[in-house]
Design a binder for this molecule. Structure first.
Ligand code: AMP
Length: 394
């Protein structure tokens, strides 16, 4: 019989990897909360219409990357899709739960899995995890970003038209449907043609120009290092004005760690008031790849404070009573469940990096004591069993 494996583009997170995951998740939560963001959790799947409307029909995600379950498969129900991104679900929730009425300006963050039917490679998976923030309802004046986008679209088309026969098949199609996507094509011919496209910032309208200049001024004053990228394109149609990415050189072809931007029209697009918003998402798997390459010391896996060893298996019920009592008092404790020899039990305690080992033998049972060994210093002490269990101290 063929062995059933984990699905392509997904992976198991094994116990030894959990400390790294916790470290990264805890860090993003701490940092986001330090900036005044509150956590929000939305369902893993949403009605497909939400993503079609928010991300845009011509985006790669909507065109070919969504895990969608159609009406016919779920009778009487509208088509649903495993979430491929979280900005649209959060805007939906913000509106559905009337959050703008409670407080127009909401700073929300999330951390959880997303699903895209992609061609897997290093740093590109079908299930991956993002942590991100959305600042919704910021009072930033609504701008007619499309006005300058139209002007730039015309300029781009004019520049690219003579090169059309040299562009890849995909880009020839993009030329009509969404010319901006040509800018981040990764095929060598298209890269060469894109090298000399006119810079976007000459085509900004007065409002966008002011917004852009203020942003640059703020970044400069805060000493933030950044570069202006005239080829940057994000895979979602809801963006207006600023978009940005953070990359890391260790990641190879998929080098974006974090991406985001402003989406001043999306709240209105999904039926809400005209309010501005901005957000970004960090890919946790890629963050971990970058951390590994940076050789940063990772936290140790959790270890039991106490391991209880028995000289004879007949003392196992006593050992069980001790670990249960210690656990109830908030102390992590473990014992052998496989009938191992004493020597082997000590080996297990060593492997688990247990701080203390309690040994139970005939002697201890008679005297109602426990032998407590500090595995770091090697010192052994004898303690009264009932006193120790009522108030464990090490
Ligand atoms: P996006 O939602 O496409 O803007 O992506 C934001 C961040 O999520 C990227 O910078 C990556 O770190 C991460 N990311 C996006 N797609 C994938 C994927 N298929 N596999 C792993 N990480 C991803």
């Amino acid at each position: 019989m063929k062995e059933i494996k984990v699905p392509t583009g997904t992976s198991d997170i094994l116990p030894e990897q959990i400390p790294l995951w916790r470290y990264v998740e805890d860090t993003v939560r701490t940092v986001f909360e330090r900036y005044g963001y509150s956590e929000i959790r939305t369902p893993i799947f949403e009605y497909t219409a939400l993503f079609n409307r928010a991300i845009g029909d011509t985006s790669d995600i909507v065109e070919k990357e969504m895990y969608t379950f159609n009406k016919s498969e779920t009778p009487g129900e509208d088509s649903v899709t495993l979430r491929p991104e979280l900005t649209a679900p959060i805007v939906r929730s913000y509106l559905e739960n009337n959050l703008p009425k409670i407080k127009q300006f909401q700073k929300l963050y999330y951390c959880g899995p997303l699903f895209r039917y992609e061609r897997p490679q290093k740093g590109r998976r079908r299930q991956f995890t993002q942590a991100g923030v959305e600042a919704l309802g910021s009072t930033s004046y609504l701008l007619d970003a499309d006005k300058c986008r139209d002007a730039y679209r015309d300029t781009l088309k004019k520049y690219l038209e003579p090169h059309l026969p040299q562009l890849c098949g995909n880009c020839q199609r993009r030329f009509q449907r969404n010319v901006f996507r040509i800018l981040d094509c990764k095929t060598p011919n298209c890269i060469a043609i894109n090298k000399d496209v006119p810079a976007f910032d000459k085509y900004l309208c007065a409002d966008c120009r002011a917004h852009f200049d203020n942003l640059i001024k703020t970044l400069d004053e805060s000493g933030m290092k950044y570069g202006l990228d005239k080829h940057l394109v994000r895979g979602f149609d809801y963006y207006t004005k600023t978009i940005f990415e953070i990359t890391h050189s260790s990641l190879g072809a998929q080098d974006a760690l974090c991406g985001g931007g402003r989406y001043d029209d999306l709240i209105a697009e999904l039926g809400g008031p005209s309010l501005g918003a901005v957000g970004f998402a960090i890919g946790l798997e890629r963050t971990m790849l970058a951390l590994e390459s940076a050789d940063i010391k990772m936290p140790e896996p959790p270890r039991p404070k106490v391991f209880v060893a028995v000289i004879d298996q007949k003392f196992s019920p006593k050992a069980f009573h001790i670990i249960t009592t210690l656990r109830q008092k908030g102390i992590s404790a473990d014992m052998d469940y496989e009938g191992k020899s004493v020597k082997s039990q000590f080996r297990t305690a060593d492997k688990l990096k247990s701080e203390f080992v309690i040994t139970i033998g005939e002697d201890e049972i008679t005297k109602q004591t426990l032998k407590l060994k500090n595995m770091v210093s090697g010192t052994e002490t004898e303690v009264n069993e009932s006193e120790f269990l009522s108030k464990p101290s090490f």
